[in-house]
Design a protein around this ligand. Structure first.
Ligand SMILES: [Zn+2]
Length: 289
């Protein structure tokens, strides 16, 4: 699933490609992609005649701003956008086509068919699902160390599922959470309330640095993710731990483990990311009894 850096890359590319284009009509071939309004015919009719002003992002959602409308789109597993000439052959799994009045089309293709589109009046989109309960943007100024600790540090839940929960911090998924926890030297199963002040600083800095670097190089192309212009992101060549099961840790040389945390495949170096001292002491004490 594309995470913040990949969606940001798609956003930038799409913004260049479709800004200023006027939608003449919309064709929906897979109604279930369209979540709001429920009828695809109403969705298509509402968009006809509107011009795209810019493409924004909130978490892993794209916000396509038009004159008088906001289209919120989530790519989920494998959704992709591309701009084509109207006479170019339509690839299979193309589910929504936005026909522009200049003879080009924005096409949405989604092999897995999990993507969603919601249409709102301006301003309405941020106050209603799916965007209304989203947490802090990790690359915004509002994401300070203080805000980060305030959101997570008194929780008893394991740190990895907390970081994946979009209600606290948006945009992080399995790849960038594993990378950030490894960089910070924190075990993914550490309860948040056992994480020390110095570790919060390291984790905060790791999240910012990992995401910024990934955005700079266009995100990661892990499976089939391709950005709006069909270029591949390059961050997969810089991954420190994700996808490196049984390979030597880049910091200490030990073999990287793969386990499951909160139902998600998780990469850990047990030497660089030990469980906390307190937990080991607690375990030792319970053994003595
Ligand atoms: Zn290591």
């Amino acid at each position: 699933m594309p995470e913040l850096p990949e969606v940001e890359t798609v956003r930038r590319t799409l913004n260049e490609l479709v800004r200023g284009k006027r939608i003449e009509r919309v064709t929906v071939s897979l109604p279930r992609i369209i979540q709001r309004p429920q009828e695809p015919e109403a969705f298509a009719a509402a968009l006809a005649g509107h011009t795209i002003q810019s493409v924004e992002r909130r978490g892993k959602f794209l916000r396509i701003l038009l004159d008088g409308l906001v289209l919120v789109s989530h790519l989920r597993m494998e959704g992709r956008y591309g701009v084509y000439r109207a006479d170019e052959p339509v690839e299979t799994h193309t589910h929504v086509r936005f026909h522009f009045d200049d003879g080009t089309e924005l096409r949405y293709k989604d092999v897995r068919q999990f993507g969603t589109m919601h249409l709102f009046a301006p301003g309405e989109d941020l106050t209603l699902p799916p965007l209304n309960k989203l947490g802090i943007e990790p690359l915004d100024e509002a994401f300070t160390l203080q805000a980060f600790k305030k959101a997570l540090s008194n929780r008893t839940t394991k740190i990895k599922p907390l970081l994946l929960n979009q209600a606290y911090i948006v945009g992080l998924g399995n790849i960038y959470v594993d990378e950030a926890l490894f960089t910070a030297g924190i075990h993914p199963e550490r309860p948040a309330d056992t994480i020390k002040p110095a570790e919060w600083v390291r984790l905060y800095e790791a999240i910012r640095a990992t995401l910024s670097r990934a955005v700079d190089v266009g995100g990661s192309s892990i499976k089939s993710y391709v950005n709006g212009q069909g270029e591949l992101g390059m961050f997969q060549h810089e991954l420190l731990i994700y996808g490196r099961e049984s390979q030597p840790c880049r910091k200490c040389g030990s073999s990287i483990d793969k386990t499951v945390v909160g139902g998600r495949g998780t990469h850990i170096c047990l030497r660089c990311q030990p469980l906390s001292k307190n937990r080991r002491v607690a375990a030792a004490k319970s053994n003595v009894k």
